[in-house]
Write a protein that binds this ligand. Structure first.
Ligand SMILES: [Zn+2]
Length: 290
């Protein structure tokens, strides 16, 4: 449940909230084509796809960056005891706080919580239920979130069109506690993360790039939900708010990351939960990290 990686001098950990064979490809990818998928299906690493069940393995993880004095949590999963429409996310009761401590993350020592976007599976551990209300999990952190996503999800929440209550139970309490900072054009956050626009999956989605001693890593958010989209970049997920932008962002990202050789650290990939993207003929291939 806990992994450790290194980008130059910077140590990174991932805490896996859960993973499993949960998603039927034709439902998660509206443009899914089984014949096209079959052409490169054997390139998917073991345990990434259960053909007998017709389920892709998808997970949820929190990333932590240890950079000098800063302890930065990147995206915060689903969280515990939260009502959610999807059965796999509804009222979770995991040991994420214990796993964070095991990774060296005491809640009060976290300096920044950085969100790539504000979907419910990326903001959940922002808050915990305490004394009858949702309270900040990391009381001394600045919670940094994209302004465009905040405006978009606030509108959805207020108009009654939100898909779940995550804005109300995991984002608003942070703003009300005075802990929120909005990214609105900044080039860098938390003294080490370069901010890059990754619009498409949501209107304000961002990527965060880390660089140290000539090595590069990138928190790629939901540009992909599964390595199948590296092999088939034209497939958006059903959760992509702006489909055309999501596709062009994915292609631009594949081009950039494969030319740099950066470690790609997404939210939802199956074990080992991160890896590299290589050029492959006219397209791209996935190489899991070791
Ligand atoms: Zn997500």
């Amino acid at each position: 449940m806990i992994g450790r990686w290194r980008i130059g001098d910077i140590e990174v950990a991932n805490i896996v909230e859960y993973y499993g064979p949960t998603h039927q490809p034709e439902i998660v990818f509206p443009e899914f084509d089984r014949a096209v998928f079959a052409q490169r299906e054997n390139e998917l690493p073991p345990q990434h796809w259960y053909p007998g069940m017709n389920r892709l393995v998808i997970g949820i993880q929190l990333w932590v960056v240890f950079a000098g004095p800063n302890v930065i949590v990147v995206d915060t999963g689903v969280g515990n005891h939260k009502p959610r429409p999807a059965a796999r996310m509804n009222h979770l009761n995991t040991l994420v706080p214990l796993w964070l401590e095991a990774a060296g993350v005491k809640p009060e020592k976290v300096t920044h919580v950085v969100m790539t976007h504000l979907h419910g599976d990326h903001v959940g551990w922002n808050t915990v239920f305490q004394d009858g209300r949702w309270a900040p999990t990391f009381p001394n952190a600045r919670y940094v979130m994209p302004k465009r996503d905040f405006d978009y999800f606030k509108e959805l929440s207020e108009s009654g069109w939100a898909g779940d209550s995550s804005f109300a139970d995991s984002v608003l309490p942070i703003v009300q506690a005075g802990l929120a900072d909005f990214i609105d054009g900044q080039a860098e956050v938390a003294d080490c993360l370069r901010v890059a626009d990754a619009v498409g999956h949501t209107p304000g989605q961002l990527n965060f790039w880390l660089r140290s001693r000539g090595e590069t890593g990138v928190f790629s958010a939901d540009i992909f939900h599964h390595p199948a989209q590296i092999l088939n970049p034209a497939w958006n997920t059903a959760f992509c708010v702006l489909p055309d932008e999501a596709k062009s962002t994915r292609l631009r990202f594949l081009d950039e990351v494969s030319s740099i050789g950066a470690l790609v650290m997404p939210c939802h990939f199956p074990p080992p939960h991160c890896g590299f993207i290589r050029r492959h003929g006219d397209g791209f291939a996935y190489e899991p990290a070791t």
